[in-house]
Design a protein around this ligand. Structure first.
Ligand code: HEM
Length: 262
């Protein structure tokens, strides 16, 4: 069978969904762990961002980006094709029966997936292309004598907007919802799920989804708490002080307390 002919089988599409799902889950987990460096000194995440942009060869960065983009596209294309196929293949009565059996998370995969996609597009404009807030480019950091971007302050400033933070938290709740079903069906598509393991895998998938939700959401939540006068879990008040009266032109250097420089 030709590769295109093979892709026409629904088993192959499920397999593509599972493999691309694994790639995306791997990225999400790694990205969450990388982001949690905001709970260290500002240097930590700024050094990490510096490494990604200036030390890591750009070819590697772009290979990773292209693999991720291809994974997202293939994941969506096979999902849409499976939905169409199921609709065509199943007589009305069977469809209803299946509808009764499938969990709520399973039935809403397309909606949770679509909102997560919309979130990713916004997120790329927000923190990668940085065309939503002009202050982001102007936040500078002195990393051992090298002038670099203050990614730490950018994240905190980004989350000082309660609407933006609210959208992030909702989107990450939906990501958790999507993963709570997706991760266990991934195992099924790869042939690892039997009746005994079904419940266990559902629990593991839910726990994983919740972990991802907690690990990401804690960042907008603590940023807002520190920005709006609560305890300085991150250096919210320092970032606020430095950015509040920005003239729109000069570079902004946040003054962090001495204890932050370790
Ligand atoms: C609190 C939550 C999050 C924070 C603080 C955050 C932070 C960031 C930052 C700072 C960047 C830019 C990295 C750089 O250019 O140096 C970035 C890029 C990115 N983030 Fe997030 N992120 C969060 C959640 C997510 C989630 C939930 C997803 C996916 C579902 C995601 C997917 C991405 C992608 C695809 C990129 C582009 C990577 C690249 O440059 O190739 N992020 N994120």
């Amino acid at each position: 069978m030709s590769p295109i002919g093979l892709f026409r089988t629904s088993l192959a599409k499920k397999f593509v969904m599972a493999i691309t799902g694994i790639i995306l889950v791997g990225f999400v987990l790694g990205h969450m762990l990388g982001n949690l460096q905001v709970f260290g000194p500002p240097e930590a995440i700024n050094e990490y961002a510096y490494f990604l942009h200036h030390i890591l060869p750009w070819e590697i960065l772009w290979v990773v980006r292209i693999v991720l983009l291809a994974a997202v596209v293939l994941h969506i294309v096979s999902a849409v094709m499976l939905v169409i196929e199921n609709r065509r293949a199943r007589p009305e009565t069977y469809e209803k029966q299946k509808y009764m059996q499938a969990s709520f998370a399973a039935r809403t995969m397309k909606y949770s997936g679509l909102i997560v996609l919309a979130f990713i597009i916004f997120h790329l404009m927000h923190f990668t292309v940085q065309n939503i807030d002009p202050a982001f480019h102007n936040l500078r950091y002195d990393l051992d004598g090298k002038d670099t971007q203050d990614a730490y302050a950018m994240i905190i400033l980004g989350f000082s907007n309660v609407w933006v933070s609210g959208f992030y938290i909702i989107a990450m709740g939906l990501l958790c919802w999507h993963l709570s079903h997706g991760v266990s069906s991934m195992f099924q598509s790869l042939g690892f799920r039997n009746e005994i393991w079904r419940r266990r895998l559902n629990c593991i998938a839910l726990a994983f989804g919740l972990l991802i939700f907690a690990g990401f959401s804690i960042i907008p939540i603590t940023s807002m708490i520190s920005w709006y006068g609560g305890p300085d879990i991150v250096y919210g008040s320092e970032v606020r002080q430095a950015t509040e009266n920005w003239n729109g032109e000069t570079p902004i250097h946040v003054t962090y307390p001495d204890s932050a420089h370790h």
